[in-house]
Design a binder for this molecule. Structure first.
Ligand code: NIG
Length: 409
């Protein structure tokens, strides 16, 4: 610590510090944060002096979760569709139109309120970085509104006009709209462009057009692919250099090899697979082949109505057969890679922003404090609320300290 930059806070009383970096897991660790960034990481015995000390009481600490795939801007209720599915109906992409109608009618104030409630819920589960998509407006004014609201509250906003062709609309005319006037309207608010490349949604040729139109405006690509059956999604994503291809339930050996040889992250969505009673995406097979795998919630009203990264990580360990370390990495640094916010040295991302999903000097001071001393409890104690506190850029944004403990502090 050569220069003084502002009040420095030392976090100590950390039983297991999961740095998700070359430093691995530090027993009895400590973290020094200053001006929203991590300045020092190491054993508590070696910790530097600080202006303030926060004792975390012997709890495990991880980087805040990076939820790299959500659909947070929507209104409407689809619980009846979910119940019908439990009674044996298949999931079909057409349910998106139900949410479209409710979202178009909701208005700015209500959509903002709903978004803020969902963000708060995610933060209460240890999430500090959120990507969200548009894609339930599906006309120019509604997509613009969704993108604008999202950009006010979320770092990474993705334009998903190509989520579904609205009912009674010609598909080619709709793709023209997405690639032209709709893209014009959302462009100031978004960093990413996405397409649902799937039978019943958009064809390979249409998907390529959408991603190319976004690229012309400087937007980076992402793809929903291979969710409902084998298809071209992975191939398109890899060929066009998308940052991530998400779902990846039905992948061929060629798809796996192409992903392993690329920089494209494969994002698995375990809560979605459970909600649709689909076979879980082959995360183990992908990791074994050398693919970078991220885990995200896919929060949406149709297939995955959860903000809980804790649940997704626990499921990845219990059902997808990832080790705890693999699951934590998938939900932190690999999610950050899917958003191009991963650490490529000095704790900065390729755009010079502080990296997310890792506890190293220079990265954002985003810390997820668990209620327990051992992070394995994420899988060992399924369904139990595991988040004790969430810190984002050094600020406590969620605190679950029970009342009886607060009065004792
Ligand atoms: O990721 N696959 C496309 N989009 C969502 C489902 C959206 C919906 O059914 O409302 C998904 O599963």
């Amino acid at each position: 610590m050569s220069e003084h930059r502002g009040p420095a806070t030392l976090f100590r009383g950390i039983s297991e510090l999961h740095t998700v970096s070359a430093a691995g897991v530090i027993q009895d660790g400590a973290v020094l944060a200053e001006e929203g960034l991590i300045r020092w990481v190491g054993a508590a015995a070696d910790a530097p002096a600080a202006d303030e000390v926060i004792d975390l009481g012997g709890r495990a600490v991880l980087p805040g979760w990076v939820d790299s795939h959500t659909h947070m801007i929507f209104d409407g209720d689809r619980s009846a569709e979910f119940e019908a599915r439990l009674a044996g109906e298949d999931y079909a992409a057409g349910g998106i139109a139900v949410t479209m109608n409710a979202t178009r009618e909701a208005g700015e104030e209500r959509l903002t309120q709903l978004l803020l409630e969902r963000i708060a819920e995610a933060q209460a589960g240890g999430t500090t970085t959120i990507e969200t998509k548009t894609g339930y407006g599906l006309d120019v004014p509604s997509e613009e509104l969704a993108a604008r609201i999202a950009a006010q509250h979320v770092d990474d906003v993705t334009f998903l006009g190509a989520h579904l062709v609205p009912p009674d609309t010609d598909p080619e005319e709709y793709v023209d709209l997405v690639c032209g006037p709709m893209l014009d309207a959302v462009e100031p608010h978004v960093r990413w462009i996405d397409v649902f490349c799937e039978r019943g949604a958009f064809t390979e040729e249409q998907s390529r057009r959408v991603l190319a139109a976004g690229k012309d405006r400087g937007l980076r690509g992402r793809v929903h692919g291979n969710q409902l059956g084998p298809g071209p999604g992975v191939r398109v994503a890899v060929e066009l250099g998308a940052a991530s291809v998400d779902h990846v339930n039905y992948v061929t050996d060629e798809d796996v090899a192409a992903l392993a040889a690329s920089d494209t992250v494969a994002t698995v969505l375990p809560a979605c697979d459970l909600s649709t009673r689909q076979e879980l995406a082959p995360a183990r097979r992908l990791l074994d082949a050398g693919v970078t795998v991220a885990i995200a919630t896919n929060l949406n009203p149709g297939t995955s109505y959860t903000t809980s990264m804790n649940f997704c990580v626990g499921t990845a360990v219990l059902q997808m057969r990832l080790s705890l370390a693999e699951a934590i990495q998938a939900a932190t640094t690999s999610g950050a890679k899917a958003l191009e916010r991963h650490d490529v040295g000095e704790g900065r991302d390729p755009h010079g922003r502080p990296a997310k999903g890792t506890i190293v000097p220079g990265a954002a001071a985003d810390l997820h404090v668990l209620r327990s001393a051992h992070a394995i409890d994420l899988a060992y104690r399924p369904g139990v609320p595991m988040t004790y506190r969430t810190y984002q850029a050094g600020h406590c944004i969620y605190d679950a300290t029970p009342a009886y403990q607060r009065s004792a502090q």
